[in-house]
Ligand binder design. Structure first.
Ligand SMILES: [Zn+2]
Length: 173
């Protein structure tokens, strides 16, 4: 499984990568100690710091240097293309603590979710670390809308002809 460590201000990129099934932890400051855990291919590093490159090269940690902009969609498209990842909602990791989610019996978690969600929600999952409950409901539709915007952006950036068929075939509607 592809995992990432990312800088604090790449939080939105990290959150979406986690939703896509590529768990991404953010750190207030990426330093040598933190990124050392990625040695040997355990994870890859996402950074905007040019200065940090020499450290990553020396540690032989795989990384991607992203443009330092507020434009998280462009940053995310660059990550998807570079590592050949699919922008599909997997929703199998907690976006907050990046732990793998476990299926949850709706009756057991009934007290912890709104009644309407209990009634209409599907596919309940629980985070074993923070205890948050997730489910497929209205929220997912919102996410899919954002995802459409992201796919449009990736198409605009890379064009339909230049992107790998295996990665973006679902975009060629
Ligand atoms: Zn959690």
């Amino acid at each position: 499984m592809v995992r990432f460590l990312a800088e604090w201000h790449l939080q939105r990129v990290a959150r979406w990568l986690t939703l896509f099934g590529y768990p991404t932890k953010v750190f207030p400051k990426l330093d040598e100690r933190v990124v050392s855990s990625c040695r040997g291919g355990g994870c890859k590093v996402l950074t905007t710091s040019r200065r940090f490159r020499s450290t990553l090269d020396r540690l032989k940690v795989e990384y991607l240097l992203l443009p330092n902009s507020e434009d998280w969609k462009t940053q995310l498209c660059l990550v998807l293309r570079h590592f050949d990842l699919k922008p599909e909602l997997k929703l199998d990791h907690c976006p907050l603590c990046v732990s793998p989610l476990r299926p949850a019996d709706p009756d057991r978690v009934k007290e912890r979710i709104p009644p309407k969600s209990y009634e209409l929600g599907k596919n309940f999952k629980e985070c074993p670390s923070c205890g948050r409950i997730y489910w497929i409901g209205s929220h997912k539709r919102l996410m899919e809308k954002t995802l459409e915007g992201l796919r449009r952006r990736c198409r605009k950036l890379f064009g339909l002809t230049s992107v790998g068929e295996n990665v973006y075939s679902e975009l060629n509607e």
